[in-house]
Design a protein around this ligand. Structure first.
Ligand code: MN
Length: 143
């Protein structure tokens, strides 16, 4: 068998709708990602602190605490502060897009997700900001 490059990074899905949760889980697992799930922000925060996922996918509209408040709590905790968080939110929430973007999420994906675009955003967010071009990093050759 080919040694396929399979990412096993752990991704936390915070989403209150079971079908949306299943779709995102199936899409991520098909690429080899490991997943954790919670239906509430409160439980999501607990899971994030316990398992320190590589990425959090955060629904905004949730029962109880919403996704924006959950992001603030993740950022306020030194343990979870550096974990990237992508907002995944329904098109009906378009009017709140500015609020969502200014809240400090690392990305924004509308629901229903476009699988290809979604997976690309996940990968790019996991990879983080690109460094300077390689050639600008080459040390000056010593004599
Ligand atoms: Mn929701």
């Amino acid at each position: 068998m080919d040694a396929a490059i399979v990412s096993q990074e752990l991704i936390l899905i915070v989403e209150d709708q079971p079908l949306n949760r299943k779709l995102v889980r199936d899409v991520l697992q098909s690429k080899g990602y490991r997943t954790l799930e919670s239906a509430t922000a409160e439980e999501g925060l607990t899971l994030a602190r316990k398992h320190l996922p590589a990425l959090v996918l955060m629904d905004i509209q949730l029962p109880g605490m919403n996704g924006i408040e959950a992001l603030k709590q993740l950022r306020a905790d030194p343990l979870t502060r550096a974990i990237p968080v992508i907002a995944v939110t329904a098109s009906a929430m378009q009017e709140n897009r500015q609020e969502i973007l200014s809240a400090g999420f690392d990305g924004y994906q509308p629901k229903p997700i476009n699988v290809k675009v979604f997976l690309q955003a996940v990968r790019e967010t996991l990879d983080g900001p690109k460094g300077p071009p390689l050639d600008s990093n080459v040390p000056v050759q010593s004599p």
